[in-house]
Write a protein that binds this ligand. Structure first.
Ligand SMILES: NC(=O)c1ccc[n+]([C@@H]2O[C@H](COP(=O)([O-])OP(=O)(O)OC[C@H]3O[C@@H](n4cnc5c(N)ncnc54)[C@H](O)[C@@H]3O)[C@@H](O)[C@H]2O)c1
Ligand SMILES: N[C@@H](CCC=O)C(=O)O
Length: 549
């Protein structure tokens, strides 16, 4: 890296951020035709997905297959799991890049990520859509909102960074107080989940935007799209070594990273069990570190939709179908338990069951498909077990779905149970798939049911309240205050937009650092306060000391 220099004088303003609008992908439309062509191109290749360390692509050693979940016989690429040598090389590359990158003016860092946003919505858009659809089994619409969100992250984070740097303390005559928003001392480990290409790109880029250097370990199950994201960073001008990509097992990469005294933070999105493990292993190594590593984790959810008798039944059915079954229920925000009063259930049950039964499950490149495949065979087995447990319980009645198929792709039909046991595992555990449980309560038990929603699960990510009655809404907002970092009124619990609904949950759902807001960036800086005095004192005595006797 060359030494950074300041080429601009002025209090620069970042362009106003905006949300990308999703396109329709109507059959035969220009956007659909282009993406289908790109899908054909990507399907026709077996891509090498190398580690990228200090800007160098390492040749593959052992090969792990990357397949399309809806057509798992089809190999799309290979990666080679990182061992101690590669992770150590990635850490060393990051630490070499640090002196220059951490001194690079913030507007130069910001310009790189603004350029990345335009590459995401321009040159790389079709390739990102195609690799996300094929590698993660997303429909046109689900892939489109994911890729748009990646660009939104880059643009909004640029603007949040500018706001943070603009935050300076008050000064009084004779002195100048300054806040130096320093990056952390060391490197940040970013561990990302399979289900959003946007999250995979956001987690390593947020610390990098704030001047940090990063080792990025994407999910093995989204290696295909992660490789494209890495190329976007590079083409946008990110210097070698600032973000180093290593594929493979999270446990193996973490074990090496946690040996380094320079581990300054971990940014994780994934399951609650893994984050708890990361917290414990970091604590066990605490004496090694130069500073206290920052731990940021956004994890699982068991998101409730509670309806009041005054709710609009059609809006409720739509929210349940989209909230529970879009992207096969593999969103941390997915609706997975719902509480419906008996009077409303009479008009909700039939349309909910009928709509769910008619959702098309299959190949995501077909326009009619609403539900693609779940991510792997282990997910099918986990969901199968949950469905079998539900079927075996007297308290549960299977209303629709319940079938799985694994021959060609890993498919699980959208499934709804009705239960009379509000504490059953289907009402409390995350299964991360197209599985919804309904508990029908008596209309006069609204109060008690709100408390059930609050107390049934260890998670507190999203909840939705459906009601027409304003008092019912206020009461729900009060009782459910700690039950979710995200509360939606008359809307589904999924689909937060960057810059509008900053995302995160508390309790078992994470550290609630609110991605898509300045708070998320704040975790990757450590302030240095500078006070400069213009007329230093020359007399050490207090004023009254001269007035003796
Ligand atoms: N709250 C949020 O914002 C949010 C967003 C997306 C996903 N999620 C959650 O993520 C989960 C699904 O994603 P997933 O299946 O990719 O999660 P996961 O926990 O299995 O994997 C996430 C990442 O952690 C790595 N990993 C796995 N075991 C590890 C270990 N022992 N040590 C270190 N790293 C390890 C994986 O390789 C992957 O890169 C769900 O629980 C979902 O709710 C949460
Ligand atoms: N931010 C996404 C969820 C991310 C987790 O999977 C949403 O709001 O639906």
């Amino acid at each position: 890296m060359t030494t950074p220099h300041t080429s601009v004088t002025g209090n620069l303003r970042v362009p106003a951020p905006f949300n990308e609008s999703p396109r329709d992908f109507a059959p035969g439309s220009l956007e659909a035709t282009r993406v289908l062509k790109e899908i054909d191109r990507v399907r026709g290749q077996v891509r090498e997905l190398p580690h990228v360390i200090d800007g160098e692509r390492l040749p593959l050693a052992a090969r792990t297959n990357v397949v399309a979940p809806h057509d798992h016989g089809h190999v799309l690429g290979h990666f080679s799991p990182a061992g101690e040598r590669e992770v150590t090389a990635a850490i060393e590359a990051a630490l070499r890049a640090r002196p220059t990158w951490s001194r690079t003016p913030w507007w130069d860092r910001t310009a790189i990520f603004l350029r990345a946003a335009d590459l995401v919505t321009g040159k790389y858009r079709d390739e990102l859509l195609a690799t996300t659809m094929l590698g993660q089994s997303k429909t046109f619409h689900q892939a489109e909102i994911d890729i748009n969100e990646l660009a939104d992250f880059f643009r909004y984070n640029a603007s949040f960074a500018a706001q943070i740097y603009d935050t300076q303390p008050q000064s009084v005559p004779g002195a100048w107080n300054q806040m130096d928003h320093r990056p952390l001392e060391g490197f940040v480990l970013a561990i990302t989940p399979f289900n959003f290409t946007a999250i995979a790109g956001n987690l390593p880029s947020t610390p990098a935007l704030m001047g940090n250097v990063v080792v990025w370990k994407p999910s093995e199950k989204s290696a295909l799209s992660s490789e494209v994201v890495m190329r976007v960073f590079e083409e946008a001008g990110l210097p070698p070594g600032v973000i180093n990509l290593v594929h493979g097992s999270g446990a193996d990469v973490t074990a090496v990273a946690q040996q380094s005294p320079h581990l300054a933070g971990i940014t994780f999105t994934g399951s609650t069990a893994v984050f708890r493990q990361l917290w414990k292993s970091t604590a066990a190594n605490i004496d090694r570190y130069r500073s206290y590593p920052r731990l940021v984790g956004e994890t699982g959810g068991k998101n409730a939709v509670i309806a009041h008798a005054s709710a609009d039944p059609e809006a409720l059915v739509t929210a349940l179908v989209r909230g529970a079954f879009e992207y096969q229920g593999q969103k941390c925000s997915a609706a997975s338990r719902t509480y419906i009063p008996r009077s409303l259930w009479a008009s909700v049950e039939a349309p909910l069951v009928e709509t769910t039964a008619n959702l098309r499950v299959g190949d995501v490149t077909q326009h009619e498909t609403f539900v693609g495949a779940v991510i792997d065979g282990a997910s099918v087995r986990r969901l199968e077990q949950a469905i079998e447990r539900g079927k075996a319980l007297d308290s549960h009645q299977l209303l629709v779905g319940g079938r799985t198929r694994s021959e060609e792709g890993w498919f699980v039909d959208p499934t709804i149970f009705q239960t009379t046991d509000p504490h059953a595992i289907t009402m409390s555990e995350e299964f991360f798939g197209p599985l919804l449980s309904v508990y029908v309560y008596e209309d006069d038990e609204w109060d008690r049911t709100l408390r059930l929603v609050d107390q049934t699960s260890d998670y507190a990510l999203c909840c939705s309240v459906f009601a027409g009655d304003r008092r019912a809404i206020s009461q729900a907002l009060d009782v459910l205050r700690d039950a979710g970092g995200m509360t939606y009124v008359n809307d589904k619990p999924t689909g937060a937009s960057i810059g509008q609904q900053s995302f995160g949950g508390s309790r078992g759902s994470g550290t609630n650092d609110k991605t898509g807001s300045p708070l998320a960036l704040q975790r990757w800086i450590t302030g240095r306060f500078i006070k400069e005095t213009f007329s230093p004192a020359h007399d050490w005595t207090y004023p009254y000391m001269g007035q003796r006797g």
